[in-house]
Write a protein that binds this ligand. Structure first.
Ligand SMILES: Cc1ncc(C[n+]2csc(CCOP(=O)(O)OP(=O)(O)O)c2C)c(N)n1
Ligand code: SF4
Ligand SMILES: [Mg+2]
Length: 263
């Protein structure tokens, strides 16, 4: 942990701390040694998370965490690479890196805190702010539609995709463990409260009410499929959403290199 980072910078009711707790418990339960882990972060409230870790860490430019992480994994395949990003970092400013990391099926674990806005800079709309919702840049409602972060990773080629919330903290930890042990690109999307910006702008109530919203509106993928189109915008599916075993980038690269060396 860095000097001077306590008391921590997170607002009361923020979901980032629960994600961090679940990640640390996952490392401990999997018996990972801190020297074999690299945590890569971008910029934002989520991007500050590595301040509280004593693993190897790389804190890089906004939207570019997956590009740096790809480089680490390509050249040091033995390292366990974990990337912590906000929705702004991952699928807004960094959207191109996100789809290509999933398409390459590079063997790393991305954890995306989706709080539906650019939290750190005052609650501007991001690529996951739902249509009609209020943010500091869409004061009368967002005219755009939002990305489904998990669906995007799944169609782009990720091997493992799960969605959870800080309310479902035990399931969140289990998904992180599955993601960490899965070969190939794995994503855990964490639908997370930002009471200070998104929650306040959209009158979602205090942190407790926001947690209740996560409890009530996170449903199983089967239940979600049964919902009508208008209801779907109010609910979200939680659980494992995609699970396959396609060969990861490093495996394919080594196969091709072996073929090339036979010429
Ligand atoms: C290239 C660049 N553009 C914009 C910024 C300003 N900036 C810093 S943090 C941030 C918002 C981060 O939002 P998100 O990734 O969703 O993380 P959160 O704070 O919500 O956890 C922005 C826009 C920056 N630092 N660098
Ligand atoms: S601004 Fe939002 S995301 Fe950032 S620490 Fe506060 S509650 Fe969390
Ligand atoms: Mg955000």
């Amino acid at each position: 942990m860095k000097d001077g980072v306590l008391p921590h910078m997170l607002c009361p009711g923020c979901g980032i701390g629960v994600m961090l707790g679940a990640l640390l418990r996952s490392f401990a339960e999997l018996d990972y040694c801190k020297n074999e882990i690299v945590v890569v972060t971008g910029i934002g409230c989520t991007g500050k998370a590595d301040d509280y870790l004593n693993t190897n860490a790389l804190h890089v430019t906004h939207g570019r965490a997956l590009a740096f992480a790809t480089g680490i994994k390509a050249f040091k395949p033995g390292l366990k690479v974990v990337v912590l990003m906000g929705d702004g970092d991952s699928v807004t400013i960094g959207g191109n890196h996100f789809i290509h990391a999933a398409r390459r099926n590079i063997d790393l674990t991305a954890i995306v805190i989706n709080n539906f806005n650019f939290g750190m800079t005052g609650g501007q709309a991001s690529g996951t702010t739902p249509g009609n919702k209020i943010s500091s840049t869409t004061l009368y409602g967002n005219p755009e539609r939002d990305f489904d972060v998990s669906a995007l990773a799944c169609v782009a080629g990720a091997n493992y995709v799960a969605r959870s919330t800080p309310y479902h903290s035990w399931a969140l930890k289990q998904h992180i463990k599955e993601a960490l042990t899965k070969k190939g690109f794995s994503l855990v999307e964490v639908i997370s409260p930002c009471p200070t910006n998104y929650g306040k702008s959209n009158e979602m109530g205090d942190p407790l009410k926001m947690l209740r919203w996560l409890k009530d509106n996170g449903v199983s993928p089967e239940e979600y499929e049964q919902l009508g189109e208008s209801e779907k915008s109010e609910y979200f599916a939680i659980g494992t959403l995609c699970n396959r075993n396609a060969p990861d980038f490093n495996t394919r690269y080594e196969e091709i290199r072996a073929k090339a060396s036979n010429f």
